[in-house]
Design a protein around this ligand. Structure first.
Ligand code: FAD
Length: 270
């Protein structure tokens, strides 16, 4: 028996592409107020089964050891009946193979505390927002967009989302719909392995860095986003984050630090 109580239930688990799930969980207790962009901790005991296609563990963890990891919340902050997460399978990992084996109605641990500083709090109210993500780094932006888009209509928004294949572009339909209806919203997915597509991909090819450098956000907005009018959020693979920081610094942007404010906000997943 795990020492920590499994205090939440899986409401739904949708495998949107091989190795990518959108997981909705309902905590037993009332969800505490949170800010879009924040994260919480999910956990399962070592005794929980692993997803069938995951790598076998070299050494199994003790059955009652709670394996915990941080996950950004992708649901809107007004949603008080469930929390949603966008999770990628790490086949050799400890927790994700167990999360992928969950079924509707299964119990899991969700930390009651929701925390993190990757929020819109310190982005000036008048700034336009550019959100750059690779893979599941999109999760915090889904919460931001779902929570504030309809309320903060004075800004322009852009999401640049990079993935290997088009089928790995989670939430694409929702984001394309928003972009279709609202000229203030630029959704720019880019894929790095177009040669593997089943039907030809006519969108941008390469990495999110290429998409930023192409100036496509400015073309959609009708003016060039720069350090005086926009904030940039970076979330996902560390190599992308470091690369984007260098590119942005050469354009006059600066990483935000608590004691040294800037206009680039960063979340590193590992
Ligand atoms: C603040 C924060 C928020 C996070 N939010 C999310 C989220 O919304 N969705 C999500 O899928 N993960 C997220 N993560 C990563 C998550 O906490 C775990 O590290 C990840 O799920 C792997 O757990 P694991 O036990 O299966 O692998 P582990 O056994 O812990 O192996 C970890 C290794 O897996 C790799 N890795 C970790 N995360 C990823 C990833 N997303 N993509 C590719 N490789 C990765 C790295 O090489 C890392 O060293 C977040 C991490 C942090 C710190």
């Amino acid at each position: 028996m795990a020492e920590v109580k499994l205090n939440a239930t899986v409401l739904s688990k949708v495998e949107i592409a091989p190795g990518l799930i959108v997981l909705r969980v309902r905590p037993e207790e009332q969800i505490k107020e949170f800010k879009p962009g924040q994260f919480t901790t999910l956990g399962l005991p070592g005794s929980a089964p692993r997803f069938e296609i995951a790598d076998p563990e070299e050494e199994a963890p003790p059955p009652d050891k709670m394996i915990r990891r941080a996950y950004s919340i992708s649901s809107a902050s007004e949603k008080t009946d469930y929390l949603e997460f966008y999770i990628t399978l790490i086949r050799s990992g400890s927790l994700t193979p167990r999360l992928f084996a969950l079924k509707e109605g299964d119990p899991l641990f969700v930390a009651p505390k929701i925390t993190g500083v990757f929020t819109l709090d310190e982005a000036p109210h008048e700034s336009n927002l550019i959100m750059v993500a690779t893979g599941t780094g999109l999760a915090p932006y889904m919460s931001m967009i779902r929570s504030i888009f309809s309320k903060q209509t004075h800004r322009k928004y852009a999401i640049i989302h990079g993935a290997r294949h088009s089928w790995d572009l989670g939430y694409r339909a929702e984001l394309e719909t928003l972009a279709e209806y609202f000229p203030t919203f630029a959704y720019q997915p880019i894929i790095s392995r177009p040669d593997k597509e089943h039907t030809p991909w006519n969108g941008p090819k390469g990495y999110v860095q290429d998409q930023w450098k192409s100036g496509a956000v400015g073309k959609k907005w009708g003016f060039k986003p720069d350090a005086s009018n926009s904030c940039v959020f970076l979330c996902g693979a560390p190599a992308m984050v470091e690369d984007m920081l260098t590119i942005l610094a050469s354009e006059g942007f600066k990483e935000h630090k608590k004691k040294d404010p800037g206009n680039v906000f960063v979340e590193r997943f590992w």
